[in-house]
Design a protein around this ligand. Sequence first.
Ligand SMILES: [Zn+2]
Length: 266
Amino acid sequence: MNELEYLKRAFDKERLAHAYILCGNDENKVQESAQEFVRYINCAKRSENSCKECESCLAIDGNRFPDLYRVAPHGTEEESQWRAEIKIGQIRQLGMSLSRAAWNAPFQVAIVEQAHTMNVEAQSAFLKLLEEPRGPVLFLLLTKHEFVLLDTIRSRAQQLACWNFTARPEQARSLEEFQKLQQVSLHERFVVAKELAENPSRISVELEKWLYAARAALMNTLKEKADGSSLSKMLKTVRAIQEVSAILARTNSNARLALERLMIEF
Ligand SMILES: [Zn+2]
């Protein structure tokens, strides 16, 4: 059962949690899951899926559904990948919107896109929203760096993983590239780090490819029943890539330094 089916079944059984963190590497897929779920719970003609053509479905897709609120980081696409933030004002605004009753939906839904871009103040404000008693509201936090969220937020939300590592041709290539990268000298890896740091828009793409490759390598190691030390090294590598992705997505850290630190782990 994927994350979307899980949510739909929970809704059918009236057992929805108050908040969910949908985390996954494929932002479009996570986004579409959230969208379909909101359509599903409001659809006038739902079966297994939403009908996508009733008034509610059309309003949701047209971004004019009165009981759905979205919060997203401001900034250009490139910035939103690395620098843009969701600020406290946006969360306060959301709180005000949610303080009135739902128009005609079973409950209000708040979708926080790229939730990891909430800065610390915004996260604290969001935590308050989660804690305050209010009418029926469902929070959906979409993110690919869930560990950037405050523990207190994560403990109040149910986490659903939507990782998508179906091997696409470019990903098979990325495993090869990654293995090559692991074999070259540290000096050569630092050159890669320098070049990448000079092309900020490519950083997230490359990090994601490395993460895919490192996970694939980890799976292979597991299958081969390798010894504990190579397993723990692989795990450390995966973790290091996730951490550097999160650090660069959240802060103004020096990209080159962060990437060099990562290269030492490879
Ligand atoms: Zn519909």
